[in-house]
Design a protein around this ligand. Structure first.
Ligand code: NDP
Length: 308
């Protein structure tokens, strides 16, 4: 029995150290040095070439190293073994901080002042308090919920858009497509924290942008393909949207000739909203490996049909 590891976000040695510490009795094979494929029962991976996981005849569990399952689930030969999440169900400190930083930046109109500065224009804008600003978060999962709580704690009027209705103190919940328009209409700054699924691809398009209030800002730290690039540029160029901050893109790295690079109202960060935390991730993998070996129900399962 062995665990196949495909390191990402940290050197292989760092991951191996955590596996050795938390699963000392398990043999760890670092991809592509798979060895005898029949030994592998667990794969801890972000994504491998299509068909690679299907070539592991004894595979019983896939531990997904990334929060988004889109890359993994796009493998047409993905074996039908359980997939478990490995992120902290309580949220991600760095993602929360990224959300707070970008929301505060748009709230304080810093992108508009950056543009004004390039023209040496002294243009004071009305200063608003946080409780006068309506922030909308698309996706209140592990990461979105923690971010929503932080933003609400800061004083913003926060709403979240989800699939399944639920209550969350201090956060107005809008559930399902039938409530998307109302969610957008009340949100002056939106933060995308949706997983990329067949339902969310291209969701941020000209129609959804048009539903946002005049002067709204868009922050995308979920996945690039949730947003239609040309529609965002058109909404910025028309003045309907005041700015956009993008950490994720349809193609990464963002091609040098993409219009986002030179647009005065677009801020780009190179997919750095968070840093993977091998210690926490391996601790959750270890818990599920223990459950697997003990025949207990697994924790933090991915719903493959929903795509997250
Ligand atoms: P979760 O799977 O925990 O939560 C997903 C949320 O999205 C849930 O609230 C879910 O609703 C909601 N949702 C999913 N589909 C729909 C839909 N069709 N309509 C309305 N709501 C929907 O995700 P995480 O919080 O762990 O992560 C969110 C995403 O952030 C990841 O999938 C990843 O793409 C991205 N990410 C980006 C990073 C970066 O570096 N930029 C780093 C980490 C993550 P419900 O609660 O009803 O199920």
């Amino acid at each position: 029995m062995a665990i196949l590891l495909s390191p990402i976000g940290a050197p292989a040695a760092h991951w191996q150290r955590e596996f050795a510490r938390l699963l000392p009795d398990e043999e760890i094979r670092v991809w592509p040095e798979v060895g005898d494929r029949g030994d592998i029962t667990v794969a801890a991976v972000a994504r491998l070439p299509d068909g690679e996981l299907a070539n592991l005849p004894k595979l019983k569990l896939i531990a997904s190293l990334l929060a988004g399952q889109d890359a993994l689930l796009s493998d047409p030969k993905l074996p039908s073994v359980p997939i478990v999440r490995t992120g902290d169900p309580g949220g991600d400190e760095l993602m929360t901080e990224t959300c707070l930083a970008h929301v505060l930046r748009h709230h304080c109109e810093l992108p508009a002042y950056a543009v004004a500065q390039t023209h040496r224009e002294w243009q004071p804008r009305p200063r608003r308090r946080a409780d006068e600003r309506r922030v909308g978060i698309l996706g209140l999962g592990a990461i979105g919920t923690a971010a929503a709580r932080k933003l609400a704690g800061h004083g913003f009027k926060v709403a979240g858009w989800v699939r399944h209705a639920r209550s969350e103190p201090g956060v107005e919940i809008f559930a399902g497509r039938e409530h998307l328009q109302a969610f957008l209409a009340r949100s002056e700054i939106i933060v995308n924290l949706l997983p990329l699924t067949p339902e969310t691809i291209d969701l941020l398009n000209k129609d959804t942008f048009a539903r946002l209030p005049e002067g709204a800002a868009v922050i995308n730290i979920g996945r690039g393909a949730t947003l239609v690039d040309d529609d965002l540029l058109a909404a910025l160029d028309s003045g309907h949207l005041s700015g956009a901050t993008l950490d994720v893109f349809r193609q990464e790295p963002l091609p040098k000739d993409h219009r986002f690079w030179s647009h005065p109202r677009v801020t780009i960060t190179p997919h750095v909203a968070r840093r993977l935390d091998p210690a926490g991730i391996v601790a959750r993998i270890a818990e599920n490996v223990r459950r697997l070996r003990a025949g207990e129900p697994l924790a933090w399962l991915v719903d493959r049909s929903a795509g997250y």
